[in-house]
Design a protein around this ligand. Structure first.
Ligand code: FES
Length: 71
């Protein structure tokens, strides 16, 4: 894959006000040290801290006031 192609399809995308998207296979370690393997082509990792399915985003960030959403 060329550098230009990798910029078109980044492995990690930080969504303004929302989750971090991971493309491909990853293992995410949560704050308790538990490892979670991705199971989808694209996985959303919670960045707001309010998800009930951490480390994954469950959409809760969408109902938070703007000041509580991740940058
Ligand atoms: S970023 Fe979506 S629930 Fe936290």
């Amino acid at each position: 894959m060329s550098e230009a192609e990798s910029y078109d399809h980044p492995d990690v995308v930080l969504c303004p006000g929302g989750p971090m998207l991971l493309r491909g296979d990853h293992v995410v370690q949560d704050s308790d040290g538990v490892a979670h393997r991705t199971t989808r082509p694209v996985s959303a990792v919670c960045r707001c801290g309010k998800s009930q399915t951490k480390p994954w985003c469950d959409g809760t960030h969408q109902v938070l006031p703007a000041k509580l959403r991740p940058a």
